[in-house]
Ligand binder design. Structure first.
Ligand code: SAH
Length: 243
């Protein structure tokens, strides 16, 4: 079962950081913990990036987005704001109540919604999932539910534009061979937990998926995956269409 809930305001560290940055022009440390990695931080200002500050893959996605656009996991709304400047029409949704509040303060018609919630309905020409957007799928076993949701949300001829990193570089040995344990869980499944000031979020699953695995599952669920562009570090932008 995929989770279809939104976050409680007291379990929304990223939203709290976005809220502070929006109100004060600065924020504290948004800390990221994982059982697989060392502690890390997300620079909160990055969540407010303008078109010119975005990585090339995101710029390509925004250029390609057309028609009625759904910005899934929109955060501060940076992609929807950039699309608005391009006179494109996007609906940003997020499970973070504080992020949705900030987007609404920016004049965006943002909705508090989980993309997996069947009560959230609409017909979109483009579904955007950016900043390792595949992460929202959570785990590989949710991928059928993900494609099922996309079938419900896409207009005929619609497409999903999603970016991801392939985490294989973490398993690459110096001689160029790979030390991936094939019997273990898929190597792109990561757990994260965030903390901002005293606000601690619950742990959540985040799926990084390599393009071949994405393509195989896409065809299994009636979709076609195309690689639109590659980034500089095992990252790529994919377009998913009903095949
Ligand atoms: N797209 C934004 C934010 C990326 S962070 C940017 O590029 O800056 C990922 C966002 O997805 C967070 O704001 C998180 O609250 C949201 N999110 C996670 N799971 C979600 C889901 N199932 N439905 C909608 N939003 C989700």
């Amino acid at each position: 079962m995929t989770n279809t809930d939104c976050l409680a305001p007291d379990k929304d560290p990223m939203g709290a950081a976005i809220h502070d940055y929006h109100n004060k022009g600065k924020a504290g440390r948004l800390r990221v913990f994982s059982s697989q990695f060392e502690e890390d931080e997300i620079p909160v200002s990055n969540l407010f990036r303008t078109y010119g500050e975005m990585p090339r893959l995101e710029q390509i996605a925004l250029q390609a987005a057309h028609g009625h656009i759904l910005d899934v996991g929109a955060g501060s709304g940076c992609h929807t704001l950039a699309l608005k400047k391009m006179e494109k029409d996007a609906l940003p949704i997020d499970i973070s109540p504080l992020s949705v509040e900030v987007m609404q303060a920016h004049g965006l018609n943002a909705r508090l919604a989980n993309v997996f919630d069947p009560h959230f309905i609409g017909q979109f020409d483009t579904v955007l999932m950016l900043m390792n957007g595949s992460g929202i799928i959570g785990r590989l076993e949710n991928i059928g539910a993900f494609f099922g949701r996309m079938k419900q949300l896409l207009a005929p001829d619609g497409c999903v534009l999603m970016d991801s990193s392939d985490l294989r570089y973490l398993f690459e040995d110096e001689d160029g061979s790979f030390a991936i344990d094939l019997a273990a869980d898929y190597y792109g499944q990561v757990d994260f937990r965030m903390q901002y000031k005293r606000i601690k979020g619950d742990s959540f699953d985040w799926l990084y998926i390599d393009f071949n695995t994405l393509s195989l599952y896409a065809s299994q669920y009636g979709f076609k995956a195309e690689k639109m562009a590659e980034g500089e570090h095992y990252d790529y932008l994919a377009r998913l269409t009903l095949g």
